[in-house]
Design a protein around this ligand. Structure first.
Ligand code: DGT
Ligand code: CA
Ligand code: CA
Ligand code: ZN
Length: 571
């Protein structure tokens, strides 16, 4: 869910956590972050909790945070935060988002070199000033420059998972207007790309001016960049830009095709049109001599006129889809309805927020037939990993839940940690009793490609492992994938019958689309898991499906499209 006030409140609490961290506070930042995260994840509008005097029922919200939440809801601001802000120069907080720079280092750079923002940091690093400070060296100086570049690169794009709920909400508000006859999301968000530059929306309207008034007056709008009869652009509080275009009914199909992109796909399509002496634009597919319109109203007619099968938006990246469409060889893409269950779920037993029972009920509501509980194992202490005894006790609880619930089967599993040698942190005698064993890398990301590849393939040789979790370790906008030879991993997966995860968590989407498409060339299976830490996260399946579709996958490539009986046989 996404409630506007929940986000507003949480953003302020996250900011408090950052600033307290700069002050050197030890535990408070964590308390604020936990509360903020639960507020974002909550399926209740915080205004409702406030009105019913139930703020303290939100996990992690005690008396002190509740009173701050009340102040934010009542006044729109918070004095405590204003005071904190005054204690630091403005740019310091933004610098906390640069990887590898903790609050202690930042304060040191501030005190010794008076570095107050990213620009000054970059300049100091380039002028080799940072290496002179105690505790920093040439290497850390170079790292800072590298991480500044990465930060700048990432700043420009938003995660699909953060944007799609907002875009859909605005789409649904607009679609309720009488004056809106048709509406579609276009651009990268229609193609479900993992990151989004801006949101593009197309409509047909009987009264564009009225729609534009409504659009620029939406409560999500922070700033109106431009407002016109056929196009307006607004910016939301989190700096997302949204374009709304009004197009004519008679050219809606070609406009939708054009504004969906990608640019590379469109360029190739235009050259195919040119070969037929036709011109393709946002206004239609038009014969260059007679100026007759060949197709324009319906998007699918553009493709069929060009003698191509209809190409789903997720495929429109010029990665071979046009050639496949010409030969009738497009894949029958997997759909969310094909998914029978989720094989990577966390609960309160490790770092999740809900009980096994709660996760089971939520999964049943989605129509799933099975759900594998894969909490972390022992060595992942930051995530309260489970000891052998705890795994045994958890298995008993799973049995109990299975007795009390019908229509869905809860599988006992583990997310084991692959150590630097490729061993995992669960004993064999326990592994053999678990239904699902998922293993993943959580440390040592800087190893050489050879070492990382050997390590992962060693782990894959373990007879009890079924699934390799988030195979490249990347975190969108935060961490590049570790170096690993995926070709070798795919070969090993084929030989050893290991399933490769497509982790659907919005920051991960790992394997990504291109890797999925490459993996499809091997005789192996993938599976789409949400890695949920909260009942609300089960919906992330949508992003995993998007990644799989963008990777050309069909139901037969994905293990969790199987029914329980077939899945058990496979495992
Ligand atoms: P984004 O916003 O960076 O995530 O990516 P898109 O694909 O949404 O790109 P955007 O918003 O710049 O433009 C939306 C679509 O409009 C794009 O996918 C294709 C079309 N388009 C925009 N500019 C051009 C262009 O110069 N040439 C062609 N062929 N198509 C364009
Ligand atoms: Ca766009
Ligand atoms: Ca755009
Ligand atoms: Zn996990």
């Amino acid at each position: 869910m996404s409630f506007i006030m929940n986000n507003k409140v949480a953003n302020k609490l996250f900011e408090i956590a950052d600033l307290l961290e700069l002050k050197g506070s030890q535990f408070k930042p964590r308390a604020y972050r936990r509360a903020a995260q639960n507020i974002v994840n909550s399926s209740t509008d915080i205004i409702e909790s406030y009105e019913n005097d139930k703020l303290q029922e939100i996990e992690g919200v005690g008396e002190s945070i509740a009173s701050k939440v009340r102040e934010i809801i009542e006044t729109g601001s918070l004095e405590y935060l204003e005071d904190l802000r005054k204690q630091f120069p403005e740019g310091l907080q933004e610098m906390m988002d640069i990887q590898g720079l903790g609050p202690k280092s930042l304060m040191k750079l501030y005190k010794e070199l008076n570095i107050k923002n990213i620009e000054e940091l970059e300049k100091a690093a380039k002028n080799k000033k940072i290496r002179e400070i105690e505790g920093f060296g040439e290497k850390s100086e170079k790292n800072i420059l590298k991480n500044i570049n990465m930060y700048k690169k990432f700043q420009e794009r938003f995660l699909l998972g953060n944007i799609l709920p907002i875009a859909k909400k605005i789409e649904s508000k607009l679609s309720e207007l009488e004056e809106v006859e048709r509406i579609n999301l276009a651009g990268s968000i229609r193609r479900m790309k993992e990151t989004i530059g801006d949101v593009d929306i197309l409509i047909i309207s009987t009264n564009p001016d009225k729609v534009m008034d409504y659009f620029t007056g939406l409560e999500e709008v922070e700033r109106v960049v431009s407002k016109g009869h056929t196009r307006s652009t607004i910016i939301t509080a989190n700096k997302l830009s949204i374009d709304l275009r009004v197009v004519e009914a008679k050219s809606y199909g070609s406009a939708l095709q054009y504004f969906t992109g990608s640019k590379e796909h469109n360029i190739k399509l235009r050259s195919i049109a040119l070969d037929k002496n036709w011109k393709l634009s946002e206004y239609g597919l038009i014969d260059k001599d007679s100026m007759d319109t060949i197709a324009s109203e319906q998007e699918k007619d553009i493709y069929s006129s060009l003698e191509l099968d209809y190409i789903e938006p997720e495929l429109r990246e010029d990665r071979g889809e046009i050639e496949a469409a010409r030969e009738g060889k497009l894949p029958q893409l997997i759909k969310i309805e094909d998914i029978q269950g989720d094989l990577h779920i966390h609960t309160k037993w490790s770092e999740g927020s809900n009980s096994i029972e709660e996760m089971a009920q939520a999964a049943k509501k989605k129509g799933y037939k099975y759900l594998a509980i894969c909490d972390h194992a022992e060595t992942l202490q930051v995530a309260s990993g489970l000891t052998s005894e705890e795994i045994r006790t958890q298995m008993k609880e799973i049995n109990q839940v299975n007795k009390n619930i019908e229509g869905i089967t809860i599988l006992s599993g583990i997310e084991a940690n692959i150590d630097s040698e490729g061993n995992i942190d669960v004993k064999k005698k326990i592994l053999k009793d678990l239904d699902v064993v998922l293993a993943s890398v959580h440390s040592g990301f800087k190893s050489s490609e050879k070492k990382m590849t050997d390590r992962i393939i060693n782990a894959m040789h373990n007879d009890y492992i079924h699934i390799l979790g988030h195979p490249t370790g990347r975190m969108l906008n935060k961490r590049e994938p570790y170096s690993v030879n995926l070709k070798k991993v795919f070969e090993a997966a084929e030989d050893l019958g290991i399933i490769l995860e497509i982790n659907a968590f919005p920051e991960r989407l790992d394997l990504n689309d291109v890797n999925c498409k490459n993996a499809k060339n091997y005789d192996l299976l993938m599976c789409i898991n949400t890695d949920s830490h909260h009942v609300e996260h089960l919906r992330f399946m949508e992003y995993g499906i998007a990644t799989a579709r963008r990777g050309w996958l069909e139901p037969k490539n994905v293990a969790n499209t199987l029914d329980l009986k077939e899945l058990r046989k496979l495992l």
